[in-house]
Design a protein around this ligand. Structure first.
Ligand code: S3P
Length: 171
């Protein structure tokens, strides 16, 4: 693959997109950007606050605006998306139109849920296990549209996953 292409990591909440992106950026010696963090910085609000108080549809508009900015303005090669970003058709169109290679970090719901439960990050769309599982199941066929799939097993470290991506996607 062309070594200059940008990579976007997608996958369900709790799968480890941000940590894998951090290691991937180290391995490839390039910059990374985290869309959730970019949104929080640009809006000066937490994502949890936006979703809880303005609603998910309003959040999705903000997310698409910020994704557009990141794709147009940022030189970062590694982009970690929010868990829902890739599931929105216009976001997928933007990502594909910008020639970004997409990587789905695929794991079981139980693995994601364990990480969600342990994490301090507030996730209004995964408030309880039943709701989170329903969302997880509804998204599998959309994540599947990504260019690359990597199966994440709990015994793999984020570094090992990043190393696998670097080797396979860039060889
Ligand atoms: C979301 C995932 C979150 C965040 C927001 C919505 C989702 O990101 O963007 O709460 O729709 O799955 P993480 O996947 O990084 O938790």
């Amino acid at each position: 693959m062309d070594n200059c292409r940008r990579i976007a990591l997608t996958g369900f909440m709790g799968v480890g997109k941000s940590s894998v992106a951090r290691h991937l950026a180290q391995i490839l010696r390039c910059e990374r950007i985290d869309l959730d963090a970019f949104i929080e910085k640009s809006t000066r609000r937490t994502i949890a606050d936006i979703i809880t108080n303005d609603g998910e549809p309003a959040y999705r508009v903000i997310e698409t605006e910020n994704l557009t900015r990141v794709l147009n303005e940022s030189e970062s090669r590694i982009l970690s998306l929010g868990g829902g970003t890739w599931t929105i058709p216009c976001n997928r169109d933007l990502i594909v139109a910008n020639g970004v290679v997409t990587v789905w970090l695929e794991s079981t719901f139980e693995h994601c849920w364990t990480n969600i439960s342990k994490s301090r990050k507030e996730r209004p769309l995964a408030k309880n296990k039943v709701a989170a599982k329903k969302l997880f199941e509804s998204r599998q066929s959309i994540y599947c549209l990504a260019d690359w799939h990597f199966i994440i097993r709990p015994e793999f470290t984020s570094y090992e996953i990043a190393a696998q991506i670097a080797e396979q996607v860039f060889s």
